[in-house]
Design a protein around this ligand. Structure first.
Ligand code: NOJ
Length: 501
């Protein structure tokens, strides 16, 4: 068994987690101060979003210097202090690494234009944030390729020098003591360099046939992965695969590739649908039975679990946490979820920062929308809804300064109750020892997802009525009425029954 198979990870959205110097941005000093909080919660791994010097066009996913810390987060010394303290608190730290693109102001862009992808004239490829994926450079008299913003220039992974640079970066951070990496959009690294136009689906959406998942990409990832494993045999490699095809996503989770990959069909569904969640749990077992899936219902790229899925109903939010922390897989809690944070709401366009939200706003205005309705579109499209300043259960604010992101977050006062629920769940998970157990049973009956792992039966009742189940055993977690051999599980409630041997 590998160490991370039992871990519970917690995504720290660096800018919004904890500000130690009152400049309105989260930083390493603040994060270090909050390590006891994270230990109390019971997580054992942290995923830090990019903290490298950046143009901040895409909040750090546009890296200007891979082997340094952006001054808004502190210094390398602050990073090292934090790492020492993280170790003392029993926390493994994995960091986000963006190898698909660099910021346009990275020194490579001028010094090594050959590291990037160039073309004499654009084809029809669209960038993820809208518009053409090619932008003209007068200096090169050619178009550079960017699968995201025009300030995020895609690297050319057919160049051996790019691989060498990447290895240096990975080695640098492994030597700094990180336990692994979360590889950003890692299946985008290579493109078809004959540049055929992409086809469209029946709704007019581009099918990314030639700019993702290209034949050579797994060889590139295999080389990166084996390099990391040679530096640090127990390294944990997590992949963000930009795809909604589970077979494709799963194909990157392999001994010679990544340890785990994020499945967005599970985590980022638009609204709660118990059959969809259940089907995805089953499919993850079918497609990669011998490997662990990841389990999450939130991240910095989507609306918060409490608003998007739970419709602000705390019982539903708790039940989703129950499922995420007891089903088979490696859970990733998104910061703020454990206190029931809701979506951030923006009353004016200047309050938000996300390029995706701003782009949607300007496009709506161009299409003739009023400012008010363009703002509504921006509120729907912006990923900033999930990036608001952290609300801590102890009431202490995220920052003594003016937060980098504005807007309102009307999370109710019962943050502590939600925090305690997560904490109890994590304690139970730690003590009961089922984390590595396979499912002996995984079924959906009425609206209750049930699974047996080890000696425990887990029942997650997503229905609006009581769910009764006949079993001999004793209640190990949660609340249920017991009558004779029946356990009665209330609506939106999760229980664990320790089965009789
Ligand atoms: C995925 C990241 O999670 C997202 O926030 C970012 O915009 C893109 N990759 C581009 O790096």
């Amino acid at each position: 068994m590998r160490w991370f198979e039992k871990s519970v990870f917690y995504e720290v959205y660096m800018k919004s987690f904890c500000d130690g110097n009152a400049d309105g941005f989260g930083d390493f000093i603040g994060l270090k101060e909050r390590l006891p909080y994270l230990r109390e919660l019971g997580v054992t791994g942290l995923w830090l979003t990019p903290f490298y010097p950046s143009m901040q066009v895409d909040n750090g996913y546009d890296v200007s210097d891979y082997m340094n810390v952006d001054p808004i987060y502190g210094t390398m010394a602050d990073f090292r202090d934090f790492m020492t303290a993280a170790k003392q608190n029993g926390m493994a730290v994995i960091i986000d690494i963006v190898l698909n693109h660099t910021a346009i102001n990275h020194s490579w862009f001028k010094a090594h234009p050959e590291y990037y992808v160039w073309k004499e004239a654009p084809n029809n490829w669209e960038s993820f944030f809208g518009g053409s994926a090619f932008t003209y450079s007068a200096e090169q008299n050619a178009y550079y390729y960017h699968s995201f913003a025009k300030e995020q220039v895609d690297l050319n992974w057919t160049k051996p020098a790019v691989m060498q640079e990447a290895k240096q970066i990975l080695q640098f951070w492994l030597e700094e003591g990180v336990a692994g990496f979360r590889f950003d959009v890692i299946n985008n690294l290579t493109v078809d360099t004959t540049f055929p136009d992409n086809p469209f689906d029946e709704l007019g959406e581009m099918i990314h046939k030639f700019d993702r998942n290209q034949p050579g990409v797994q060889a590139v990832i295999a080389e990166l992965a084996s390099f990391c494993r040679a530096c640090k045999p127990d390294v944990f490699l997590v992949g963000e695969i930009s795809s909604d095809d589970l077979n494709e996503i799963a194909s990157y989770s392999r001994n010679d590739l990544l340890d785990v990959t994020f499945n967005f069909n599970f985590g980022s569904i638009e609204k709660l649908a118990v059959t969809k969640i259940f089907d995805e749990l089953v499919r993850m077992e079918e497609v990669i039975p011998e490997r662990l899936p990841t389990l999450f219902f939130g991240s910095h790229d989507m609306g918060r679990l409490m608003s998007r899925l739970a419709n602000e109903n705390r019982s539903v939010a708790k039940l989703l946490a129950f499922l995420m922390l007891t089903a088979r897989g490696i859970p990733f809690i998104y910061n703020g979820e454990e206190v029931g944070m809701r979506n951030q709401v923006f009353g004016a366009i200047h309050e938000l920062r996300d390029i995706q939200g701003m782009q949607a706003y300007h496009l709506a205005l161009q299409d003739g929308a009023s400012e008010q309705s363009a703002l509504e579109v921006a509120n729907q499209k912006t990923r900033d809804v999930g990036r608001g300043p952290m609300l801590f259960a102890d009431g202490k604010s995220f920052s003594e300064g003016k937060p980098w992101i504005l807007g309102r977050n009307e999370t109710d006062l019962d943050k502590l109750e939600m925090f305690r629920y997560y904490k109890r769940l994590l304690e139970f998970r730690g003590q009961a020892g089922f984390q590595t157990e396979a499912y002996k049973k995984l079924v959906l009956e009425e609206d209750a997802i049930q699974y047996v792992r080890g000696r425990y039966l887990f029942v997650a009742n997503f229905g609006e009525t009581d769910f009764s189940i006949k079993k001999s055993g004793k209640l190990a977690f949660g609340e249920a009425m017991q009558s004779e051999n029946y356990f009665i599980v209330s609506p939106f409630s999760g229980v664990v029954i320790e089965l009789e041997a």
